[in-house]
Design a protein around this ligand. Structure first.
Ligand SMILES: Cc1cc2nc3c(=O)[nH]c(=O)nc-3n(C[C@H](O)[C@H](O)[C@H](O)COP(=O)(O)O)c2cc1C
Length: 172
């Protein structure tokens, strides 16, 4: 019997030279898509102001092994779980992984969420963290507002979608 998926949200501090951030993120997305597709994990990774904020969704065992691998990664430190909740339906099921740097164009999102001047995910409650991730998910699908670092839609949705950043990073 398949178990209900779990949604895990965590934050961490980046340990990446800012000049290498795009490159490293592209590598993270590439490995993530490969692994997450194999274990049916989906999610979204945000990079902003020296922080990572990531949501991961999947069956409990798969999520556990994925997160165990992630927290061992030396490109970040201080992983802190903000929420871990069984869910009826995935909210980030469109991507095996998508990474995005928040830029000035995203200022509106931060403004609406009143996070512009105090971006510190370690102090976010679960609702605020998920609200930000969902807001980014919503604009990601509507427009390509700025250059995403990389994403790869799930296999069944990716085929031929014009302008998808999946084209930049080979996902299969
Ligand atoms: C912030 C962050 C998020 C990551 N997210 C994922 C992920 O969702 N899935 C994954 O497999 N690896 C993720 N990684 C990469 C893993 O830490 C690890 O490098 C990778 O899984 C190794 O894969 P490989 O053994 O197939 O090369 C992430 C790394 C960082 C720093």
């Amino acid at each position: 019997m398949s178990q209900r998926p779990v949604q895990l949200v965590y934050c961490s501090r980046q340990r990446i030279d800012p000049r290498r951030l795009d490159l490293e993120l592209a590598g993270i997305v590439q490995a993530s898509v490969r692994n997450n597709r194999a274990s049916d994990v989906t999610g979204l990774l945000l990079a902003h102001a020296g922080w990572f904020l990531q949501v991961l969704e999947g069956a409990p065992a798969q999520l556990k092994s994925t997160y165990a691998r992630i927290i061992d990664d030396r490109r970040h430190i201080g992983c802190q779980v903000l929420s871990a909740t069984p869910i009826g339906e995935r909210q980030f099921g469109d991507w095996n992984m998508c990474a995005r740097r928040l830029t000035r164009e995203d200022d509106a999102i931060l403004g609406v969420l009143a996070l512009r001047d105090r971006f510190d995910p370690s102090r976010f409650d679960a609702k605020t963290a998920l609200g930000l991730l969902l807001a980014v998910r919503n604009i990601r699908d509507r427009l390509s507002l700025n250059s995403p670092v990389g994403d790869a839609k799930r296999a069944q949705l990716s085929a031929g979608k014009p302008g998808s950043a999946a084209q930049q990073i080979p996902a299969r």
